[in-house]
Design a protein around this ligand. Sequence first.
Ligand code: ADP
Length: 161
Amino acid sequence: MRTVIYPGSFDPLTNGHLDVIQRAGKLFDRVIVAVAQNESKNPLFTLAERLEMVSKCVGHLPNVETDAFDGLLVNYVEQRGAQAIVRGLRAVSDFEFEFQLALMNRKLNERIETIFMMPKDTYTFLSSRIVKEIARLGGDVSSFVPGQVREALVGRLGRKE
Ligand code: ADP
């Protein structure tokens, strides 16, 4: 059983994240989307809200699970019996940080591999941060996030399109 962990804040989940989840699901027997607590990032949605959004949006994918994690990622990966971590790479700008993170995780536990996946080109400009900004300004985010996430964003940020 090959298991991969897809960690992130998912504040909120976007179609870019979903694209990576679907691609990983074709390569691995099981994908665990691990939603990080990340209080230091001051998330718009609570951990419980982010978990609920992710699990609703991946409900149709039979080999994808959702979980919460806190603490050191490599410890969580071992604890879940996974072999790898998947991260998304959108542009060169993601590379430096992701490269550092992957090599540090390898230093901490050399049995765990990090793999990178590129989303469909139309999602390479998408980030949770930019989606929140558009929603906050009253823009239409329906082509960037799943329907449930759009509703949650409109509800939280208080503007109707
Ligand atoms: P983090 O706080 O860990 O960066 P994010 O939720 O922002 O969490 O992102 C989780 C992972 O998904 C990261 O590897 C990030 O590069 C990737 N990612 C974010 N947006 C996209 C996208 N539009 N396409 C592909 N990968 C993405």
